[in-house]
Design a protein around this ligand. Sequence first.
Ligand code: SAM
Length: 281
Amino acid sequence: MSDWLRETLHPDYAQALRVDEMLYDSKTEHQRLKVFQNGTFGRVLTLDDVVQTTEGDNFIYHEMLTHVPILAHGAARRVLIIGGGDGGMAREVLRHTSLDHVTMVEIDAGVVEFSKEYLPMLSAGAFEDPRLTLVIDDGAAFMRETTEKFDVIIVDSTDPIGPGEVLFTDTFYGHARRALTADGILVTQNGVPFLQGAELSNSMRAFKALFADWGCYTATIPTYAGGPMAFGWGTDGPAGRVPLDVLQSRFDTAKIETGYYTPEVHKAAFALPGYIKRLLP
Ligand code: SAM
């Protein structure tokens, strides 16, 4: 009988992944970190027994949190990633050769070190890219203190429990808005609305108070079980109104090969089903 990892995220619903081989299981300063091998998903990273990313399906999540805001912006030079310790978000952001600089603020140096060793396919060399500055700090503290401005801010956080909780507060979102350029865009990991509706509602209430153009878009990621995942979107610029043919031409110019993102999917991702629409203020 093989072992299974049963996720502990939701009170009355859980997914389980077969553990073919446990490759790493240890406590960092902030959280318990495991990596194991699974037949379908390849290497799986969990923090406190919650799936963070897998070798098999991470492309959907990372592509949708990077190419959507960067291509919608159209002239981004500076990007900030909050969280993102596994390096997958940095990998996908840095595929845009037009970017000058990427700052990544991760609270847990253990996740970075460990991912470099056990999940090198996720970062795919991103940590060695001279355009990347890695800061080990609490993302909320960084956001409160920074005087820099960014064209795109991506919040690649854990769920709002433990160290990730501060990244879902009105205060944090307010500081994020201050750190954006005039037409800058904030995108956030906002959970699976079917199971985490209150989380999305709370974030959207804050976004509505802060941004002229606010809302969310979605993608379905197999290991973030329970239906589509929501990504928060907030900007005072025109990025939400860019037509399909312009997105297509920016995508062609960027020459990025994707597994999930297409300009059509980009546009369609903002069409929300009724039960998600009703969670928005
Ligand atoms: N995609 C995953 C999900 O939705 O479950 C999350 C990705 S994982 C890379 C999230 C990262 O956020 C972890 O490396 C964690 O250490 C980091 N993190 C959590 N709280 C943080 C904080 N307050 N500041 C910066 N990074 C934080």
